[in-house]
Design a protein around this ligand. Structure first.
Ligand SMILES: Nc1ncnc2c1ncn2[C@@H]1O[C@H](COP(=O)(O)OP(=O)(O)OP(=O)(O)O)[C@@H](O)[C@H]1O
Ligand SMILES: [Mg+2]
Length: 696
């Protein structure tokens, strides 16, 4: 194929060209030029860690090309000087600067806020599998984080609860505490935002989730993508009540809102996007006179950690280098995460080792209680109808014994009041319609959540010792089950008194979400813990066309015609399609030093509208070289709106067609979900981009 004419003695071929048959394969290597001629970058599959990755040689890397130079007031402006502008991708062997590899920029600094006294209400929504809660604070009074209460309920006592059951009765059109205790509402629907294959094996089989799925079958409106509407329906109730409750204490209409919804740390991107979409449909972003409401996601364990560490920031154990385990024991899962204090002033923490989680939450105690009372207690429930039994469970277990049980000496036995019909055939003499339950029985009922939690903590402790040579300083217990006195005392004995249970353990996640929001304000940030780096839970990457000869130098396995896809790009160069991972699972992602991905490609104007960057994820460790079943298309980043066409370097083909060199840098940060920004051609600043997530 004939090359393109370029000004200034440019080479005859366009530098990077896509395979027109595959729109996903957009960013490829030019003909062979990246193989032995790109010594300045470390192959992405090298054993080096992300932190030790070398950066691009300023003389050759695109980051330093004049087109990509940053303005002097840009946070990254102190990058090395620009390269010779003739050294552009494809212009010579040396000029090949397209790199799929992670590059590290100069530390990113927070731009100073325009108004140091930003005034807004920060709202944190903890949307849990079994219970949800909302906390809030004003940006000008950040230490005063309050909880939404007064939940609609027929029972005055419940109105004072900080959390509300995540349940909806579609027939009766009731939610939360308004669902009558005799009815059988839909629960656990949060987990239906996940595709079935992404739900962990043990959770997938759980009767609670199966029941939710079955109930929804009779409501076709909520099947498939309709689940977003069901979640939105619940969130709308939660949101409307929260605004009303907050409105009793502060003039909500006079302040802008910033909202964070919590999301499980292990959720893939499409599920996060669905949750965000549900929050939008719930009206959270509804236009308000005081300005646009900002909506973000925050990971649940991170929120829990922010809250507990914030409360303890003055305690002597908060020392640089110390690690802490935060154990969020919920209704469904127990999630565990650990942080290391990086600096105390400002209070910066970093994720210490990869977190873990297991389906061993409070529901296991619920099931065990139900099994025991029906089959082993001696009570007979055959004549007790389903509604009465459900009401009995709520009154005598959920709100009472389950939460009060501590396993301490002074609690040798409990008395419950079963339905009188269940007591009829009882041989045992009982007092005034009560029935005793021994401490040992209750211990047995709690055994599964307790054992599961203990194993998770022990595993995490081991990883911390391996990584840092010493055990964690403290174990911080949060979540609903984390408020259990029994769990606390058991862990206290097992882990030598190093366990802490914050005073409001159950609302720690919602409060932490508020802290995450408040961190966006400069004058508040100094007093708040900030997570500065996280451990990647997935690998993130793109597809690239490599010249077969260059594979080895990029740490790729040799080409194999039986396994690889070979194809030709328009200039006749043969390429092998491979995955290129710019952030790998378990590597550290530091928002102050974000991961960047550079690209370069010659394009014609009419091709622009089809051009997008496709990001893939994989949970495999290490991630694969070829696109296998573990590789999921995560999102597509459209770039047309950002292209400063006229300013891009230009060349003309012999047939007179005009090409422009589309080159730029894609940057990824993490704020509860990956955040992308792009810099293309001469555009001086990174711009956030519109991302279309798969599955939404
Ligand atoms: N004091 C207590 N003792 C024991 N269990 C409690 C106590 N307080 C609340 N719970 C239980 O905690 C569970 C709810 O916890 P939480 O709200 O943290 O879970 P969730 O966020 O809904 O679940 P997940 O984190 O799995 O999504 C319920 O089963 C509730 O009965
Ligand atoms: Mg939770």
């Amino acid at each position: 194929m004939e090359g393109l004419n370029r000004p200034l003695g440019a080479p005859p071929v366009p530098s990077v060209v896509s395979n027109p048959s595959d729109p996903e394969d957009l960013w490829q290597f030019p003909d062979g030029t990246q193989s032995s001629n790109s010594p300045q970058v470390q192959p992405s599959n090298s054993p080096q860690s992300a932190d030790s990755l070398p950066s691009v040689d300023p003389a050759q890397g695109p980051l330093e090309s004049p087109d990509l130079a940053l303005p002097s007031d840009h946070p990254c402006a102190d990058s090395p000087p620009s390269a010779d502008s003739s050294q552009l991708p494809g212009t010579s062997q040396k000029q090949d600067v397209t790199s799929p590899l992670p590059l590290r920029r100069k530390p990113w600094r927070k731009a100073p806020a325009k108004d140091n006294k930003e005034r807004y209400i920060a709202i944190g929504i903890d949307f849990g599998t079994t219970y949800s809660g909302v906390s809030w604070a004003c940006s000008f009074d950040p230490e005063n984080i309050q909880q939404v209460k007064g939940w609609p309920s027929a029972n005055m006592r419940l109105q004072d609860e900080v959390q509300i059951p995540t349940q909806i009765n579609l027939k009766a059109n009731t939610w939360g505490y308004l669902v009558s205790k005799q009815s059988n509402p839909i629960r656990w629907f949060k987990l239906l935002l996940l595709d079935e294959q992404d739900v962990k094996q043990d959770v997938r089989k759980s009767s609670y989730l199966t029941e939710a799925r079955n109930t929804l079958r009779s409501h076709p409106r909520y099947s498939g993508d309709g689940i977003i509407d069901l979640v939105a329906q619940f969130l709308k109730e939660l949101w409307d009540h929260s605004l009303q409750d907050i409105g009793k204490r502060v003039d909500v209409d006079k302040l802008p809102l910033r909202v964070a919804v919590t999301v499980p740390a292990i959720w893939p991107s499409y599920a996060r996007a669905r949750l965000k979409e549900a929050a939008r449909r719930a009206g959270i972003e509804r236009p308000r006179l005081m300005g646009k409401t900002k909506l973000t996601l925050v990971e649940e364990p991170e929120a829990a950690a922010l809250c507990t560490l914030h409360e303890r920031r003055e305690y002597p154990e908060i020392e640089v280098g110390e690690t802490f385990i935060v154990c969020d024991c919920g209704g469904g899962t127990v999630d565990i995460i650990s942080y290391r204090v990086k600096s105390t002033d400002p209070f910066q923490i970093e994720e210490a080792v990869r977190g873990d989680g297991k389906l061993c939450g409070a529901f296991l105690a619920d099931s065990a209680f139900e099994r025991w009372i029906k089959a082993k207690s001696g009570l007979k429930f055959d004549n007790v109808d389903e509604e009465e039994f459900r009401a009995f469970l709520q009154d005598e277990w959920e709100y009472t014994m389950k939460r009060a049980f501590s396993g301490k000496e002074n609690q040798s036995s409990f008395a419950i009041r079963p339905p009188s019909k269940a007591m009829k055939k009882l041989k045992l003499k009982t007092k005034g319609g009560t029935f005793p339950i021994s401490k040992d029985t209750l211990k047995e009922i709690y055994s599964k959540p307790w054992n599961g939690t203990r194993e998770l903590i022990s595993g995490q402790e081991k990883r911390i010792v391996e990584a840092y040579g010493k055990p964690p300083k403290k174990i911080l217990l949060v979540g609903g089950l984390g408020a259990s006195p029994y769990l606390y005392w058991q862990l206290h004995a097992q882990f030598h008194g190093n366990v802490l249970q914050p005073s409001q353990a159950w609302s720690a996640v919602a409060k932490g979400a508020v802290i995450a929001v408040l961190e966006s304000t400069d004058d508040v940030i100094a007093s708040m813990p900030v997570v500065v780096s996280r451990v990647a839970r997935f690998s993130y990457g793109v597809q690239f066309g490599y010249s077969p000869n260059s594979l080895a130098s990029f740490g790729q396995v040799p080409g194999d015609r039986g396994k690889d896809e070979y194809y030709f790009d328009p200039d006749g160069t043969e390429l092998v399609r491979r995955m290129t991972w710019y952030l790998k699972k378990d590597e550290t992602l530091d928002n102050r030093d974000p991961v960047t991905h550079t690209f370069s490609r010659w394009v014609r104007l009419h091709e622009l509208s089809d051009i997008k960057i496709t990001i893939f994820t994989s949970h495999e460790n290490p991630p694969p070289f070829r696109r296998n079943n573990s590789v999921k298309l995560m999102c597509e980043i459209g770039i047309i709106a950002l292209v400063p066409w006229e300013t891009l370097e230009r060349c003309t083909s012999p047939s007179g067609e005009e090409y422009r060199n589309l080159h730029g840098v894609l940057t990824m940060r993490f704020e509860g979900e990956p955040k992308w920004s792009l810099q293309i051609g001469q555009s001086k600043v990174e711009r956030d981009v519109k991302v279309r997530y798969e599955g939404v």
